[in-house]
Design a protein around this ligand. Sequence first.
Ligand code: ADP
Ligand code: MG
Length: 321
Amino acid sequence: MGEFELIRNFFAAAPCAQGGEGVALGIGDDCALLAVPPGEQLAISTDTLVAGVHFADPCDPFLLGQRSLAVAVSDLAAMGATPVAFTLALTVPTVTADWLQAYAHGLNRMAQSCGVALVGGDTTRGPLSLTVTVFGRVPAEQALTRSGAQPGDLLCVGGELGNAAGALPLVLGQREAEAHIAQPLLDHYWSPQPHVAIGRALRGAATAAQDIADRVHSDWRHNAPACKVPLELDSATALNLHTCRRLFGQRGAERAALSGGDDYVLAFTLPSVELPALLANGWPIHVIGRVAEGQGVILLDREGHDITPQIRGYQHFQETP
Ligand code: ADP
Ligand code: MG
């Protein structure tokens, strides 16, 4: 199968590639064309997943298809943007019809559940890697950025933390659990649902937001300079770890939530006056800390002692750990 046949069979023919709201021109020309309504801005984000770095190789191609799009759409959610379209740059070592079919199927499933259209891409031969670029729209001046946190704001998460990290030993076959415990964790790991609706609900309320793509602690430390404020995280009191705790117990779940990644839950800062209305609307918001005066990210235990761990998120070009 040649490059063009591959594109046609597996991607151009997929239901998610048949256009959608905001797509003026999809796959097949030199560029796709997107229409942005007056008064709105285009939010754009790219994510690359490399075999052996971001996912085990081999792995289930259907689940990989879902995941490769979910991680990118999660960035739109974190900006409060509405997903419109995406492109896929696919590099594969060999053309295996079954593998591509399953990958495209997973990608399509996630695309349809997020309401986002495949509008183009590139297809090359080489070590397996997947680059997804997503495009979303957001009313001008209303995007949720990482930089607006103010001293006194609450630090919140919009959902459960630690489930993806909790699933990892199950995915890697290092651990087994009964199906009723394992399945919810595996669902989180393989079918992360980007929190688009909650991101939109936070427009005009949150002062800063991001998705927890890496680790809650190191993600916030990385972004603390942008926040220009220190974040005090209550390590234990308020993390919502229900599912993860069933496998690891409270302490293990706390560790998974703080040092594991890939939950794609939104973390954000919020003036406390905004919280009651959001909770009243049913959003699963949990306060995990607060914004103080000064600099840095500090992890506090139940008694308020500083227990900041020396953990870092994965850094690709770091020579020594
Ligand atoms: P070009 O020569 O301009 O790079 P290509 O031959 O690579 O164009 O691609 C032809 C069309 O198919 C373009 O519209 C491109 O966006 C689309 N395309 C290529 N690869 C993919 C893919 N993996 N998924 C979706 N669309 C793709
Ligand atoms: Mg090309």
